[in-house]
Design a binder for this molecule. Structure first.
Ligand code: ADP
Length: 167
């Protein structure tokens, strides 16, 4: 069975990585779907996020990385996907995730959302907090795959150079 793990992944963290690895043990194929919409700009472009995730899972043929625009259920219908995977950290994610799962079910009855509890080590990890810590010079070694750290370094250097160019 094919499942999709949708999200912003700006950038992918060890929390996401853990959910994807565990999902691979349950499903035949896992599509990591990078959601993008033109109004919400992130640190990395959607294409960069896709490339980074591909690098992280290089050699794992159970994983496909793709991006989609607009409603997740439209992509799900198009690709005939039956399962949406979402990760749950503590209680803070619950209300939003519950609402999304019910709404997706209402929009397309043929899909089930499956929740996976975060592993203890990654309960507190989010893309936002990783970016914040890194930009302030903190160590993110245990929070993201090494490749992500390299890309974050490059990205911040690019931003800094651009800013200096403007001065
Ligand atoms: P979104 O913008 O859709 O919330 P994210 O990239 O932030 O996208 O997250 C994608 C999914 O992964 C969400 O279901 C989120 O709750 C889950 N997730 C994010 N970080 C973790 C983590 N550390 N442990 C478990 N699940 C996580």
């Amino acid at each position: 069975m094919i499942a999709i793990y949708p999200g912003s992944f700006d950038p992918i963290t060890n929390g996401h990585y853990d959910i994807i690895e565990r999902s691979c043990k349950i499903f035949d194929k896992v599509i990591v779907g990078v959601a993008y919409n033109s109004e919400k700009s992130g640190l990395f472009t959607p294409q960069e996020r896709v490339e980074i995730i591909k690098e992280v899972f290089k050699g794992n043929d159970k994983i496909e990385v793709d991006r989609f625009n607009g409603l997740l259920v439209n992509y799900v219908k198009e690709r005939n996907i039956k399962v949406i995977i979402r990760g749950l950290r503590a209680v803070s994610d619950f209300e939003y995730e519950f609402q999304m799962a019910l709404m997706n079910k209402k929009l397309w009855g043929d899909v089930e959302t499956v929740f996976m509890m975060s592993s203890e080590n990654y309960m507190y990890v989010s893309s936002r907090i990783v970016k914040e810590i890194f930009s302030l010079g903190g160590c993110i070694k245990d929070l993201v795959p090494e490749i992500v750290r390299v890309h974050l370094e490059r990205k911040l250097r690019e931003i800094k150079n651009k800013q200096e160019g403007r001065l």
